[in-house]
Design a protein around this ligand. Structure first.
Ligand code: FE
Length: 197
């Protein structure tokens, strides 16, 4: 009798998953986990995209191994530039500064943005209406980003592939673009003689 009762209890438990309501709960639980897992895999693949070879410069592209990036960058720079992280809003000193100069890639030093094209977007992140060489920039590359349940356009350094931020279509004239950039991805090289404000 005891064996039969135990068997029945097991059957009842197993079947509950396949009832319509149980099945819906199961998918509502599993689908977000799959989404997160694929997102992490994509991030990992991006971080590992550089061939695992010694330092080398091929035309304009700088290739380093993941181990080299970890050694060269601070943990925070690595998180943002190599793992597509995001600064917390209003935390970068570059958000409010009006100091004149050129913003270069914090990872490879390539010139990316000019203070002449920086503006206050109110977003909490340093914002520019175009890259230093214009909208058809050779300094930044773009690709679709499907993370965070949104479709956005990611911006990264064309030389080292470092993640910079995103570009949106709500910027000011003359371009209408807003390059929303992580301060961690940038390094300001001040214009000589400009003390900033
Ligand atoms: Fe770079």
């Amino acid at each position: 009798m005891a064996r039969v009762a135990c068997h029945n209890r097991l059957n009842s438990s197993d079947n509950s998953m396949f009832k319509p309501r149980g099945r819906l709960s199961y998918f509502l639980f599993v689908l977000p986990l799959l989404y997160i897992a694929f997102g992490l895999m994509a991030t990992h693949v991006h971080a590992q995209s550089a061939p695992p070879k010694e330092n080398q410069t091929m035309s304009d592209t700088l290739v380093r191994t993941d181990a080299e990036w970890r050694e060269l960058l601070t943990p925070e720079q690595y998180r943002v530039l190599r793992e597509k992280g995001t600064d917390r809003a209003f935390t970068s000193p570059y958000y409010e500064t009006k100091q004149a100069g050129v913003y270069v890639c914090a990872a490879c030093g390539q010139e990316l943005f000019s203070s002449d094209e920086k503006y206050d977007s109110g977003s909490g992140w340093p914002s520019f209406y175009q890259p230093i060489d214009g909208l058809s920039s050779n300094k930044v590359d773009m690709e679709k980003d499907h993370t965070m349940f949104m479709v956005r356009t990611e911006v990264h350094c064309s030389r080292c592939g470092g993640h910079l931020g995103h570009v949106f279509d709500d910027g000011p004239k003359p371009t209408g673009k807003r390059y929303c950039i992580n301060g961690t991805s940038l390094k300001l090289e001040p214009k000589e003689g400009d003390e900033g404000k």
